[in-house]
Design a protein around this ligand. Structure first.
Ligand code: SF4
Length: 402
């Protein structure tokens, strides 16, 4: 990982599809909020991490929607020069070249597309939330264990959804209907919960889209009634655009955190850990419910000391924050045959341990298999984390362990 403010974009400058000038095709309607990201504010170690795509590709249907105008304005403000409207609704040209070139081009491209009805339909997402809502699919970072590997087909391009009103309408239609966290003793008070980070890191592209701020504001100001709440996980730190929003305490922002050895080795293109913790503190002080997604936990040498230090740094960051509402979700590392295959294609030199012989195969009710740590290792990790969270972060609620 570099200390640069922008994710390092691999250099594969190739055209994707014959363009239509964006200025010709975009509708001339004012965006609902002032265009452009909030000014970046530095964390303790320098500038926040902002991904600047090399290419922005807008499908013809997306170009007709008002939210696209805001996205284009934000991309221009960020310095993106290659912004093109495509002649059709397919983002083509992504598969040319060898595997390395396909990966590099996809990871440096933001596609602006229309989410079809199948994508907009909220789905249950246990144990995190009653429903999943996707503001985008794909992520510009380069985590060598990426959760999206094997889940999303095709080149790993980031697709932001331009029909934001339709996407967010799933909150209106499904508020009051949840069965994952709704009605439970521990989390029923959250109302109907909607997870925004199932297929993307929404904060990682927020300076280019503004979609997250719009969702937080609508839910926070009661546009969808009192029932819903939002939640998302991030490895980014650019929270300047969120601190002043009327969030109403109805969005929980969880920061994905890890031992320095894991984050430093495997989480390319993300904000560094001190900056994530600083962002956590800023949002807690702005009144947001906050959380830790400690994932993927790995029993690296000295893991007790490394994770203990991490929890202590969280405690120090939140010391003195009045009435902080902190949760923890802990997820151990796992992989599937499909995700391993994709990850080895993306990161052939990775040192990530994905050795089936050192794992326990766990079968789902649908016949799929995932490889988790052996039972004795899981027991050690679970026992240590349960005690450590209770003693080092006594105000935190541990929501789940897996
Ligand atoms: S931040 Fe999450 S979605 Fe993005 S590359 Fe890393 S693991 Fe994948």
């Amino acid at each position: 990982m570099t200390p640069s403010a922008a994710v390092v974009a691999p250099s594969v400058p190739q055209p994707l599809e014959p363009p239509v000038p964006a200025s010709v095709a975009l509708v001339d309607r004012a965006p609902r909020t002032p265009a452009g990201p909030a000014p970046a504010e530095a964390g303790p170690d320098g500038a926040v991490r902002r991904w600047i795509p090399r290419h922005v590709r807008i499908t013809r249907s997306a170009a007709e929607l008002p939210h696209t105008r805001e996205i284009v304005a934000r991309c221009e403000a960020a310095g993106v020069q290659d912004i093109e409207v495509l002649r059709g609704d397919q983002v083509t040209g992504l598969r040319e070249g060898n595997e390395r070139e396909v990966y590099a081009r996809a990871k440096s491209t933001l596609a602006v597309v229309v989410a079809p009805p199948s994508v907009r339909k909220p789905q249950p997402i246990p144990p995190s939330a009653d429903w999943r809502i996707d503001l985008a699919r794909g992520c510009p970072a380069h985590c060598q264990y990426c959760y999206l590997a094997g889940s999303l087909a095709g080149p790993p391009v980031t697709r932001a959804y331009a029909n934001l009103d339709e996407v967010l309408d799933g909150i209106r239609t499904h508020a009051g209907r949840g069965a994952v966290t709704s009605g439970t003793a521990d989390r029923g008070h959250e109302g109907t919960t909607f997870e925004l980070s199932c297929y993307t890191d929404p904060l990682g592209i927020e300076h280019l889209t503004g979609s997250l701020a719009e969702a937080i504001t609508r839910v926070g100001t009661g546009c969808y009634g009192d029932a819903p709440s939002l939640r998302f996980t991030t490895k980014f730190d650019d929270v300047a655009g969120l601190t002043g929003l009327p969030h109403g305490g109805r969005t929980r922002v969880r920061f994905s955190v890890n031992a320095d050895e894991v984050a430093g080795r495997f989480e390319g293109g993300t904000a560094r850990m001190p900056q994530r913790l600083h962002a956590l503190g800023r949002l807690a002080r702005a009144g947001y419910p906050v959380g830790l997604t400690i994932a993927p936990v790995m029993p690296v040498p000295g893991w007790q000391e490394s994770y203990g230090s991490l929890l202590d740094r969280v405690a120090a960051e939140l010391a003195g924050v009045p009435d902080v509402d902190l949760t923890a979700e802990i997820i151990t590392h796992r992989f599937t045959p499909a995700s391993k295959d994709v990850l080895l294609g993306w990161y052939p030199a990775t040192r990530l341990e994905m050795d089936e012989d050192r794992r326990r195969a766990k079968r789902s009710k649908f016949g799929g298999v995932k490889y988790v740590y052996p039972a004795d290792v899981m027991a050690d990790l679970r026992g240590w984390f349960s005690d450590a969270v209770a003693t080092r972060l006594p105000g935190a609620r541990l929501l789940y362990w897996t």
